[in-house]
Each structure stands twice: as C-alpha cells, then as structure tokens.
Write a protein that binds this ligand. Structure first.
Ligand code: CP
Length: 306
C-alpha cells in the first residue's frame, strides 16, 4: 500500500483504511521478524534524522528500521547542522532532499516540521513536535490491536497532561471511531482545534475528575507531566497534577477488569504513574517500545510504495 500523503506530521493525514492497513502491516512485519525473515526493500535508500531534542526510542527504532530494511540512516543532531548557526529550515529541507530519500525530524515548534515538509521534495516524518507525535500513536494502535483485537467497541481514557501524544491519539481515535474520555487539570486540555475537528466523528468527554473519566475504559493512557519543552515550569506543573492525576492501582481498578495501561515512555515513576501500575500485569509499555520498531518499518515501506 502506498499512502496518499507524502508526509506524516500529525496523523490526521491518514484515512481510516490506511491506518488499519498500517496496523496490520506492523503486526505482519513483527511476525516475520520473529520468524527470522529478512527484507531489504529499502536497499540504497537513505534517511536523514534531525534531532532538536533528545530521543532514545524514536532514534534507535528508526535507525534500526532503515538498517534492517537494507537502507541507511544518518543521524543529525541539531548542533551538528548549519541550522544551529542560523541556516533556514527551508534551505535545510531543500539541501537534504537532494541527498536523501526521506527525512525524519524531532523539533520543538510544530511549525518547523511543517516548514520542513513544505520545502522538501522527499517525504517528511514528524518524529515528535511540541504538538504531535504520530509515530508513537501508530505503535500504540498496533499494541492496542494486539491486546484488544476488536477496535470497534473499545473506550480509551487519557489521564494527565494532554501532550503531543494525546493530540495524535485523538486524531487516530477519530479516524477509527473510538470514543475517548480525557481527564486533565483545567488549562492542560488537548489542542482545541484537534478536539473541535475530532468531535465531528467521535465522542470525547473531558473532565478534571480522573475517577469519572477512567470508568469502564478498556485502554488507559498517560504521559509525563513535564515534557521536554515544559521543563522551566516543572514545579508549577507538578503541583497542578499531583496527586490527583497520578495513575495508581486504585484508580486503575476503576477501569474495566481487562483494561491495559500504555505509556509512551520515558516515564517519571511516582509522578504520572506508580511502579505498581507500570510494572503491573495490565501494563503493555514494553510492547509499545518493541512495536515502535515494527511500525516505523511499516510506515517507511508505505511511504515508498513497497
Ligand atoms: N516515546 C518516545 O518518543 O521516546 P523517545 O523520546 O525516547 O524517542
């Protein structure tokens, strides 16, 4: 399957069919990988990876995806690029497009990834911006599908800070017809445009009472209270969230008995989630980590029509 979109910046670019196909392809590639089957469809293809912020999972899973598919990834820390000395993002995009076949970038302002995409002749993948994290949500839907099978009759609860991951999740849920409930302190809700658009397709309840929002959820998700771009306000933020929005065993018990717990990582244990939940039997966080690798491969193959 070749995706209709050239770029993946938010997740809103994908159709329902494409999203479901990507999930299936990720699951298939995981099975092939376990069976020791190798594919080198990206032989002679090169990806440039720009990182304005640190990364463990995104960096390693994208680099390994290219390697395992026969291609090559070039890691470009922001400070190694002329970008750090003032070269424009537009000129950077045009330059990289001449050399490589795909660009993946982790940036602060979402506008930066849009500028990169608008000036690139090759596909651009958002490896996280302050506003969206589509690659994480692709892997998370793959994980949810593996554990819940039927995506048609589930409810997802998001508790805590409505981060970039939450915004992409809402777009994904709106494509797949999955209803959501969200609990965050007032002033920390998801992006209003994302909510407005998505409410045309699904029900999204928002309330600052986590016990109400987690009620009867099949999937419970959270993220750190202090994203990389929020570090300067971390004390104020933590006061807003704790202890009410920490997911502990007693809050988790209010979800459905077979509910699963997801966290994109890195986690700040004891803050947004307790050890008992993230290490508990309902937690699927290590599946999410593994699925980042398989889903990056599915995405790359689908952008290249392979
Ligand atoms: N979840 C995620 O994107 O992890 P990294 O920040 O380590 O890439």
């Amino acid at each position: 399957m070749k995706l209709q979109t050239q770029n993946l910046l938010t997740l809103d670019e994908l159709t329902k069919h494409e999203l479901l196909q990507l999930i299936e392809l990720g699951i298939k590639l995981k099975r092939y990988s376990k069976d020791g089957k190798n594919f080198y469809e990206l032989k002679n293809k090169t990806m440039a990876m720009i990182f304005q912020k640190p990364s463990t999972r995104t960096r390693v899973s994208f680099e390994l995806s290219m390697l395992q598919l026969g291609g090559h990834a070039i890691n470009l820390s922001h400070r190694d690029l002329q970008l750090s000395l003032g070269e424009s993002i537009e000129d950077t995009a045009k330059t990289l497009s001449i050399y490589v076949d795909v660009i993946m970038a982790r940036v602060y302002e979402h506008k930066q990834i849009e500028l990169l995409a608008n000036n690139s002749s090759v596909p651009v993948i958002n490896g996280l911006s302050n506003t969206f994290h589509p690659c994480q949500i692709l892997a998370d839907f793959m994980t949810i599908k593996e554990h819940k099978d039927d995506l048609n009759n589930i409810k997802i609860a998001w508790i805590g800070d409505c981060t970039n991951v939450c915004n992409s999740l809402i777009y994904g849920c709106s494509k797949l017809g999955i209803n959501m409930s969200i609990s965050s302190p007032q002033g920390y809700e998801p992006n209003p445009d994302v909510i407005h658009e998505s409410r045309k397709h699904i029900s999204i309840e928002i309330d600052d009472n986590p016990s109400h929002m987690i009620d009867k959820a099949d999937v419970v998700m959270t993220d750190t209270f202090v994203s990389i771009h929020d570090i300067k306000n971390q004390d104020k933020r933590i006061q807003k969230f704790l202890p009410k929005f920490r997911i502990n065993s007693s809050l988790m018990k209010k979800a459905n008995k077979n509910a699963i717990f997801l966290h994109c990582l890195p986690a700040k244990r004891g803050y947004e989630v307790t050890d008992s939940v993230i290490n508990g039997t309902q937690s699927v966080v290590w599946h999410e980590v593994e699925n980042r690798l398989h889903m990056q491969k599915a995405l790359l193959l689908s952008l290249f029509d392979i």
